[in-house]
Design a protein around this ligand. Sequence first.
Ligand code: FE2
Length: 351
Amino acid sequence: MVNLPSQKSTSYTIEDWRRGYESQPNEYDYWIDEVEGEIPDDLNGTFFRNGPGLLDINGQSIAHPFDGDGMICAISLKNGRAHFRNRFVRTEGYMAEKEAGQILYRGVFGTQKPGGWLVNIFDLKSKNIANTNIIYWGDQLLALWEGAEPHRLEPNTLETIGIDYLDGILQPGQAFSAHPRIEKGKDGKGDILVNFSVKPGLSSKITVFEFNSQGKLLKRYSHSIPGFAFLHDMVITPNYCIFFQNPVTLNPLPFLFGLRSAGQCLNFLPNQPTRVILIPRDGSKDMKILETDPCFVFHHANAWEKDGDIYVDSICYESFPEVDPDADFRELDFDSVPEGQLWRFKINLSQ
Ligand SMILES: [Fe+2]
């Protein structure tokens, strides 16, 4: 593998960072009057974004931005004008906490219910916060969070329709990743959406789904891999779905006893290899597991096949970028966080 050189940007400040993580509890709906330049008349469509919008519940701060409730922004371009609308996804947890005016759920990345460990002990229910990604596929707008099912929204109003099981493909509570990949259609074939679901445990089950452009399921295939797997993203090539199994373990005891969130119970194993998992897209059982130097990967950039080799570009960290449970994410010291670096992996399957 090789490190692809990148430039370190220092254009942001701690004030910019804090500004980006202020709660935005308001919902807006307006035509944008301030436009630089001109919007072409024939450029029509809507750009959807998702992200954590609520970083406190009635003044009770959540502990990590990834625990914030999903808020959808839509910028629509129509006849040379632009319109903005934002709406929170009305998840069960969002509605319950709004009604109660306080934090009712533990978050995966650090948020605890106020009141100490006695209030949190053995509370294992999670809040589907629908905050990570949004896709428009098969005429459906879906807000995604990797720990559970998608929420469907009405594309024009952003009204929440509810949890969506994709025509019965997903079971209640089943995970559906927030990082699907799209394979562009070739030779008259339509685009394909490829996504996955992970059930972690002593061995972890990966299920891959492939949908046609109408949202109909084309293929579903499952594989079990040894050990606990924290899989946030994947990449695809014409023949493979590729996952990186980070060398981490989960010690669930602090989570069970209400002392830490699940995400704070991950431990990086610097002497263990990172495993590269190649799952064939033809549905065969011929899965391959290879090993590379220890690194932690949240996100991949790209993958392709060339002359019998597979190339994967990924953003690697030297170790898991742990968050100090006692630190305030608004006061982040940038220098203390491991830097993501772009690495290129070359995989030779014939060796
Ligand atoms: Fe992500």
